[in-house]
Design a protein around this ligand. Sequence first.
Ligand SMILES: O=C([O-])[C@@H](O)[C@@H](O)[C@H](O)[C@@H](O)C(=O)[O-]
Ligand SMILES: [Mg+2]
Length: 435
Amino acid sequence: MTDAKNRLTITEVRLTPILVADPPLLNTQGVHQPYTPRLIIELITEGGVTGLGETYGDTKYLELAQPLASALIGRSVTDLNTLPALAAEVCGDSPAATGAEAVDAGGLRGVQTADKLRLSVLSGFEVACLDAWGRSAGLPVHALLGGKVRDRVEFSAYLFYRWEEHPGGRGERDDWGAALDPAGVVAQARRFADTYGFTSFKLKGGVFAPAQEVAAIRALAAAFPGQPLRIDPNGAWSVRTSLEVASELGDVLEYLEDPTSGTARMAEVAAGTPLPLATNMCVTTFDEIAGAFTRGAVQVVLSDHHYWGGLRATRELAAVCRTFGVGLSMHSNTHLGISLAAMTQVAATVPHLDHACDSHYPWQTEDVLTERLTFRDGRLDVGDTPGLGVTLDRDRLAVLHRRWLDDDGGLRDRDDAAAMRRADPGWVTPALPRW
Ligand SMILES: O=C([O-])[C@@H](O)[C@@H](O)[C@H](O)[C@@H](O)C(=O)[O-]
Ligand SMILES: [Mg+2]
């Protein structure tokens, strides 16, 4: 082995689970908890370089991350094509993934399978490997993916119905106030546009009866004429309701995101409307592509490097979408700056990225970086700094890890229904379709 190769050998892996402040954002399953779990991954190489990765931090992910971290010692950060097989060998199946029909109750991200859980963990390590490799080579991650095709990546404002504070005043309180009606949604959108320059808007729906949410989109259309709008009820509507909403909002929506749940129902809706349907729920794994694409169930896939298995898998997904004439954009769940940097690096390399990407980042008042990523004109610059181009703030990491250590376990797993029960003790996760 040459010296150069030796320097890329992984000598240590640090896993740091943290709890990050999260506002009371509403969705069809409930409300966000005051703190949300994330896992920060640090890979240290023989050459003394540290690579950063970030992924979901719930217990079921941590259980898989530990054996994978141990198995990586002694391997090179460039050994990325063997990562899936290694993960399959050492991680085993999480007891939390109970088969292909299990649904991800906390994250609104479609079915939960053992493979998908493993990929969500593996992706954090893949990003950390790419970051370490890039830092060692003096190259940005996008160069390791074949190079950027754009210098800036566009994001969309991610609007949520929300309360002013968490039930019982728990957690941190931000200054956004409540947004529970069309006027509140427009005010929120206005602040997103003024602060970050976003020019397209996505409303998380499935919270109120469809007529109220249609009125909110109409109010947005009046306030921001001609600007792209989307609504995503996370599968809460029946086929009939989805078609009614599609016909009422067809003139202002860029696409309708997961109006109904499951490929069969999405295909029925798609057959009845010219409006494109987007998804981060019914096509979330390579296995789900053929069934959905051959039935014309979706016109835009919202990729997510976390559960598709990393940045390189995202590019594979892009190639499949292009082959089938299906559009591509990017889904987001609650995340910090390391993941946002990774999303931006891969988005910069995909020529056929047809819509502004989603990001929860503006809702996160806390981060583990020395410097937050800054949206300008609704976009993030794609720099040429080696690796992901971000720096870990160890003090902040320690504070957020301390919060995780101090938690009694109640917040270590995302549970939007449990959070909702604080306000409404009788709340149970609604059966779908809800309307
Ligand atoms: O954060 C939320 O409440 C979202 O609903 C999230 O969990 C979804 O995964 C996501 O943003 C989506 O587009 O469905
Ligand atoms: Mg969605």
